[in-house]
Design a protein around this ligand. Structure first.
Ligand SMILES: Cc1cc2nc3c(=O)[nH]c(=O)nc-3n(C[C@H](O)[C@H](O)[C@H](O)COP(=O)(O)OP(=O)(O)OC[C@H]3O[C@@H](n4cnc5c(N)ncnc54)[C@H](O)[C@@H]3O)c2cc1C
Length: 803
């Protein structure tokens, strides 16, 4: 084994092999993969090899498409067959909700360029004759589903990488990883050591163990998974290979395997494997079968596909594979560790392995993944993903693999975990809570405990009238909202302003003022949106998206100078309450000595104040678009502040409101939000944030790319639509049509209660951004007329916020 390499990839499963291949393809030839046994010695060897393009996250779906298309390339380079069988697939719906879900998936596929088709039960039965039609209501057909040979794919990647210059060492166990002061690594193995500039953890079933070598606990857990292969069936004799099918009601996937059928299931009572440590002596082993555990699914399978009942079982496979809490991969650099990368938690290696390898290799070679991979960035998780949390969430995710997630559905596992001091008080007011990074936050308030439940639906739900009342209270009197679930950063030191000015696109505000700002990467794309609150010359309180805290910190730390400025995340040290609406000033004024008039405390002011006995920061901003104030206090004061505001609020018609109302109101104002309107695929001009990019100040990250975007105008434009919707509003990811063609996609939608119509925000080609007519938005399979608005639906001039 060589003693030095630019990169050592730990693990020779399908993911490690793909990373290795993509690194050589990106031009890094001095790369070495170390595998403790033979290639495929983890989950990979016993996988069913199924692949599909559909994924809840459109950006992950694109990488899945890429993976499937890649097989021809690696077969050609390596001469190794991947055993690709593109059979096409159908997804069978047994309920109206499932058919709605399929229609939505088809609509989303439309703007991703996927050729999905909704078909009738009769058409489905022609394609998949084994099904009993009486159990189904419709189906979706996907022409590019199929399966591959896991061994063939892994070896095709590996050989292609070797042809590209990579080395592969087998039968060598990486036992430790030791950092050097220059950021490189000593990779310790049982066959000698390698000095590497970069290390990639692609250790699959052992990714946790390899993570522990560098002091991190990755949020992944392996689950046992079983599939069976039937004996030969006379029904299949002489037939050409059938399609893949997913039967959602049975939670079953099924396909032909030679003369019989292969059927697997994600059972409700899934069982984790090796919950704390993965044994090193586990190799190309299988786990004992437990057909009883999957009996309920098999029973449904035999009822829905009766011929299977008589076929007998030829083989059962039970093997473990790993999941992250949300079921998507963990990819990217680890915050706080130099040159240490992960590509693990990949539960669908044959659909996702190629995309993971592509994104990671670009990230390593170019410093940027080159695509929007927020959905699989390892930095989407933070401290709350303890081992027990991960365990609960992975079990839930596994059991729901084929379940519908409704837009208003909050999942119950691992809850409540994190709560703010006023949690019980909000509960007593019949709050319906959502889970955000493990933190409970109020979504809406019901009139009674009995009604404090979301009835899940794709259409307007039982919460609709209550959210309407909350919005009206903000419009007509004053609303009180808990805003603790924002990310907060305390930035201090003499170089604070200079550093922030380099990091952010907008100018750093004067002391006592607030400025909104996009953060751009080197390609001029949006990687964050923040509120900068200038406390003092050398102190900024920065507010952003909490879910992206680790993602932001990773970026900040990469760009921090050796001295002069420190950044400390303090999301849970400062919790918040916001008051908004025409009476919000009078209410707050009754509790503070400072003058809150517009003359003394204009829009975008920020000041330390005493609210009654409570010290806190008060900012004159509101995401509702109405007159409003955000108040940040340390956690110990939140309860007292809440009591104070509620008591004083009685005289001003105060009503509690939650995240649903806030979402509707920010859409009425055309205010974007992170991971929806603002993502690394959009530039600031496309996103309508141009007024927050200051070219007059000194150099900042992304400046030249942003200037180019300004000159060219960008390819896309964020537009607000009024939608002629009936009983369902857009929620995000619906296609936008123009003159009969799909031209864009919705990023957010809601019913705007203050303006009394349905609204959507979405991106369309810049050339169409001024079109007055011809737009439609497809909601649950039906196209609704959409009217482009030239400004925000609510208070377009912004007068209410400012006066
Ligand atoms: C029963 C079953 C059915 C499945 N069906 C499908 C399917 O139909 N479609 C699909 O896409 N996916 C399927 N999967 C999932 C799929 O197998 C995984 O997504 C994929 O194999 C993950 O690959 P990996 O490279 O991340 O991990 P692994 O395959 O676990 O590879 C990790 C490798 O790293 C090596 N390694 C670990 N630690 C070290 C170390 N310290 N030193 C050196 N080497 C080390 C291991 O020996 C191993 O070879 C299935 C899985 C199972 C169990």
């Amino acid at each position: 084994m060589k003693s030095h390499a630019k990169v050592v990839v730990v693990g020779g499963g399908v993911v490690g092999a793909s990373v290795l291949y993509h690194l050589t393809k990106a031009g890094w030839k001095d790369v070495l993969l170390i595998e403790r046994a033979e290639l495929t010695s983890g989950s990979t060897w016993h996988a069913a090899g199924g692949m599909h393009t559909v994924n809840g996250d459109p950006n992950v779906a694109k990488l899945q498409q890429y993976t499937i298309e890649l097989y021809k390339e690696i077969e050609r380079i390596s001469g190794q067959s991947c055993g690709v069988h593109i059979t096409g697939g159908i997804m069978l719906a047994g309920t109206r909700e499932r058919l709605d879900w399929l229609k939505m998936a088809k609509a989303r596929g439309r703007y991703l360029g996927m050729d999905l088709e909704i078909i009738s039960v009769d058409e489905a039965a022609k394609l998949f004759p084994l099904m009993d039609k009486s159990h189904f209501t419709g189906a979706m057909y996907d022409p590019i589903e199929g399966h591959v040979d896991p061994y063939g794919v892994t070896h095709a990647y590996a050989k292609s990488a070797q042809i590209g210059g990579a080395d592969i060492v087998r039968q060598t166990l990486v036992t430790d990883l030791k950092p050097r002061t220059d950021g490189s690594w000593d990779v310790i193995t049982d066959h000698g050591n390698v000095h590497a500039e970069h290390v990639v953890n692609a250790a699959g079933l052992w990714a946790r163990e390899v993570g522990r070598m560098v002091g991190i606990e990755l949020p992944i857990l392996a689950m046992e998974h079983q599939y069976l292969i039937t004996g030969d069936m006379p029904e299949l004799a002489g037939r050409k290979e059938q399609l893949h099918a997913i039967d959602f009601e049975g939670e079953i996937y099924i396909r032909q395997e030679r003369g019989g059928m292969l059927m697997g299931t994600y059972e409700r009572a899934g069982v984790p494997w090796s919950e704390v440590t993965t044994p090193w002596d586990f190799g190309q082993d299988l786990l004992p079968n437990d057909l009883e555990r999957i009996a309920p699914s098999l029973e449904v399978g035999f009822a829905h596909f009766p011929a299977l009942g008589g076929a007998g079982i030829r083989k059962v496979v039970n093997g473990p594979f790993t999941f992250a809490p949300d079921g998507n991969p963990l990819v990217g650099p680890i915050r706080g560790l130099k040159n240490f990368w992960v590509a693990c938690g990949v539960m669908a290696g044959f659909s996702q392995g190629g995309g993971v390898g592509l994104a990671l290799s670009r990230w390593m070679v170019d410093g940027d993944p080159g695509a929007d991979i927020w959905g699989m960035d390892v930095a989407r998780y933070g401290d709350w993903t303890t081992m027990a949390y991960t365990n609960a969430k992975v079990r839930e995710n596994y059991s729901r693999r084929f379940s519908i997630r409704f837009p208003n559905e909050e999942l119950p596992a691992a809850r409540p975990l994190r709560t703010t001091p006023i949690y019980e008080k909000l509960q007593a007011e019949h709050a319906v809570f959502g889970d955000y990074c493990g933190l409970e936050h109020p979504l809406w308030f019901a009139p009674s405990a009995r009604e404090a439940e979301d009835l899940i639906s794709f259409r307007r739900s039982n919460a609709h009238p209550h959210v309407a009342a909350e919005c009206k209270a903000v419009q007509n009197s004053v609303g009180l909202l808990e805003i603790s679930n924002y990310g907060k950063f305390d930035i201090r030191g003499p170089a604070t302003a200079e550093w922030l000015s380099h990091m952010m696109a907008n100018r750093v505000p004067a002391v006592g003022r607030i400025a909104l700002t996009p953060m751009l990467n080197g390609r001029g794309k949006l990687i964050g949106d923040f509120t900068m609150c200038r406390v003092a010359a050398d102190h900024v309180f920065l507010v952003g998206t909490y879910a992206a805290e680790t993602y932001y910190m990773r970026w900040f730390e990469r760009h921090l100078p050796a001295s002069g400025v420190t950044v400390r995340p303090c999301a849970m040290e400062y919790v918040g309450l916001s008051v908004a609406g025409p009476h919000s000033r009078a209410l707050l004024q009754s509790l503070v000595r400072d003058d809150l008039s517009t003359a003394a405390f204009p829009f975008m002011s920020f000041k330390r104040m005493e609210i009654g006995m409570v010290p806190g920061y008060v900012g004159r901003v509101s995401f509702t678009g109405d007159l409003g104030f955000e108040i940040w206090v340390t956690t110990d004061y939140q309860r007292a502040l809440y009591d104070l505001l509620v008591k004083a609020g009685r005289d001003y018609g105060l009503k509690l409101f939650g995240g649903r109302a806030l979402n509707a109101m920010r859409i009425e104002k055309s205010f974007g939000s992170w991971a929806r309107e603002y993502r690394p695929i959009y530039g600031p001009f496309e996103a309508g944030l141009d007024r927050f990019v200051d070219f007059k100040k000194s150099e900042f990250i992304g400046r030249s790319a942003a200037a180019e975007e300004k000159d060219s105008g960008g390819a896309l434009r964020l537009v607000t639509f009024k939608v002629d919707a009936t009983d369902a509003d857009a929620i995000g990811d619906e296609p936008i049509w123009h003159d009969g063609k799909t031209v864009g996609w919705v990023t957010s939608g809601a019913f705007g209660h203050r303006v009394n119509h349905s609204l959507a925000l979405g991106y369309v080609p810049a050339a169409l951004a001024q079109a007055d007519a011809g737009f439609e938005i497809e909601i649950i399979g039906e196209r609704h007329k959409a009217h482009r608005l030239t400004g925000a639906a609510f208070d377009a001039s912004g007068k209410l916020m400012r006066t």
